[in-house]
Design a protein around this ligand. Structure first.
Ligand code: UDP
Length: 239
């Protein structure tokens, strides 16, 4: 068995990554596949916390663009992430991976409330912790949640699984054939070049707290394990 480079990782799954090719909603087969990979990561003794997005169901910005109150639309987005968190928990527990969902908004019949020390304790006991409801605040994203939680639980890295792209490019590789992929880059370059990796709040939080990030393609089904084992896949961001 390979020696793991990381002791504790935050896996950021976009909502889209749970939708599979249908592009919307939750595809149980895809969720099962992700759960199987997370189980393998756990078998390497790596602590896993998951931050899940909600874009496969609802994005606050899309609602507000159509005239909804932004904060209300964002709370709907946070609810969407909880649906995804429960789907992931279900798939993980079906394959006997102990899992706790912690939400940033209290919904005690459904999940635990996010308590930092409790989250750490769960991981020490070998449980996977899934953080739902983002930061609990409108105007934020689940990328920012990943940065915040990674800092709080002292994770070694954020593993950011993307659909349809295998890393960070200097321009959109779907539009420009000569787009160049970065093997590694610094957070400040993301900000300066305006690269569409994650929003600037999340980028600054990672930069200020020196949390490394690996952006990789989730379409290849072995990549969560490979990224968690520290293989050079995708693009690494630091600095
Ligand atoms: N959201 C929020 N505050 C947070 C995290 C998320 O208001 O701290 C809302 C926001 O409306 C966002 C939606 O939840 O559009 C879904 O999250 P996100 O867009 O980050 O999901 P992803 O793109 O990763 O699927």
């Amino acid at each position: 068995m390979e020696t793991a480079k990381y002791k504790r990782v935050v896996l950021k799954l976009s909502g889209e990554s749970l939708a599979g090719d249908q592009g919307f909603g939750i595809n149980p087969a895809v969720v099962e596949d992700i759960a199987a990979q997370v189980k393998q990561v756990r078998e390497h003794g790596i602590d896993v916390a998951i931050v899940v997005g909600g874009g496969n169901i609802w994005r606050g910005l899309a609602g507000s663009a159509k005239g909804m109150d932004r904060a209300t639309a964002d709370y709907m987005g946070m609810m969407a992430t909880v649906m995804n968190a429960l789907a992931l928990q279900d798939a993980l527990e079906k394959i006997e991976v102990d899992t706790r969902v912690q939400t940033a908004i209290e919904m005690r019949q459904v999940a635990e409330l996010y308590i930092r020390r409790k989250a750490i304790r769960h991981m020490e006991k070998g449980r996977v912790v899934i953080f739902g409801a983002g930061t609990g605040n409108p105007y934020f994203s689940t990328d920012t949640t990943a940065a915040l939680r990674a800092a709080e639980i002292e994770a070694d890295v954020i593993l950011m699984a993307k659909k349809g792209t295998d890393g960070i490019y200097d321009r959109d590789p779907n539009k420009y054939k000569d787009a160049k992929k970065f093997e590694a880059l610094a957070y400040i370059e993301i900000l300066n070049k305006g690269l569409a990796v994650m929003d600037s709040t999340a980028t600054s939080l990672c930069m200020d707290n020196k949390i490394p990030l690996v952006v990789f393609n989730i379409d290849d089904h072995k990549n969560i394990v490979r990224a968690a084992l520290g293989e050079n896949i995708g693009t690494t961001v630091g600095g």
